[in-house]
Design a protein around this ligand. Sequence first.
Ligand code: F6P
Length: 546
Amino acid sequence: MSLPKINPTTAKAWQELREHFLAIKDLEMKNLFAADADRADNFSIEWNDFFVDFSKNRITKETLDLLLKLAEETKLKEAIASQFSGDIINETEGRAVLHTALRAPESASIVVDGVDIIPEIHQVKKSIENFTNEIVRGELKGYTGKAFTDVVNIGIGGSDLGPAMVVDALQFYKNHLNTHFVSNIDGDHIHEVIKKLNPETTLFVIVSKTFTTHETLTNANTIRSWFLEKASEAAIAKHFVAVSTNIASVQEFGIHPDHIFPMWDWVGGRFSLWSAVGLSISLSIGYDNFDKLLSGAYKMDTHFKTASLKENIPVVLALISIWYNNFFETESEVVIPYTQYLNQFTTYLQQGIMESNGKSVDRNGKPVNYQTGTLVWGEPGCNAQHAFFQLIHQGTKLVPADFIGFAESLHGNKEHQDILVSNFIAQTEALMNGKTEVAVISEFEPNNISSEKIKHLVPFKVFEGNKPTNTIFIKKLTPESLGKLIALYEHKIFVQGIIWNIFSYDQFGVELGKQLATNILTDIKNNTFANHDASTANILKYYLKK
Ligand code: F6P
């Protein structure tokens, strides 16, 4: 079954939401709380080790009901069933979208092109497990007989961001192996990484779904040459492994067939960390923890697939985001994790969200007449508070925010944790309540400052408030809870793509730049700058003169 192709603005609920928006857009959240003693309970979902509070949003029960009606009218439920069952929902590339199959149990059955893909997935998982154990236990050794100490993941985009984010996020669970990531074509990046490495004890994992990506292949070749300065061709087989769908090109690179981990075209790059693309995760935290990451994601998949839309965390968060994006016309959303471990989380989400839903043509091939993908940005709190929160509190832009926090710290420093969590909670309270003129005036010590000065300062110190936030409070950062959290955002992306009537699983927008870079590289090699606009030619000349 193909995806529905309904322009959301033609849905009855969309028209009703428009009228409803005009009626409630100026309501103050604090008044909504004052009027409804049950608001916090009615606008929150407790599920497993997650507590999701979405009551601090500029919504009423009617808003939510209309958004849910929009989801029904745009056939979200049918689309969810289509995705999980392996329908070709990535229509522009003619593929199913089955990252969810990667975390399904062995007892499941999902058929693609007449073949049940679950046994093959579990076979590859077994080879990830065996390989991880052999490397971690030091059974597989380098060309001089020494055990491996370092792993370098060579990949870009989805072949880098997911593994890099998870390895960083789960460093508390890591073993003795040091994991590094080389992604940028920038030669300085690769040299900064390899200067710390001993080729005798380093394992290189080349990750490229297509095995044609210029950055990754250039980096892999540079590392290969560096390695061959010390070792022989035969040693390549011990030190290089690859993850790809393009087995022929991997073999051409010289990788031993036993060290090729396959993936499938029904896994999108930005959703691929659950496949062998996550090999560096497995190596870093051990296979059992990698498996727990997958089982956490599976739990979220089951919740997404089976909970009613109203009780469905990814659905509710996606709908609230649509409410701001399409009715308040906000441009961006900020994600603030209150743990340094999730330092790379927003960077990771940027690819997932913006590569998926940064589209302006709908599923009928027509230009959209409404806004689609949001900009996403953010940094861990409290650091973010001391960087850009000023704009969120007192700027002119409305920036809906997701606050992600963990009740328990991993190292157990209670004093720090209490301060961290106080900030996590206080910020959403401050963003909602703001600070009134009366409150500002009451803070001045009248004896120390003239009433004229107070009058002058008050406008600068007032916080308007009424800034929306979601709180995602999780018991503890574990491989399993992280798996749930990542899957939550994956499903939010999906829901939004369905309702916006766009194809979320292609990324043609990144191709043009790649093509033009190839042309410019030829110009650089030939020292020419014709056939470009005047600006581009001048920039090229500047480089050629350098
Ligand atoms: O940037 C485009 C893109 O295709 C991403 O979607 C993908 O994650 C990345 O390039 C890397 O691709 P590959 O894994 O094929 O090297």
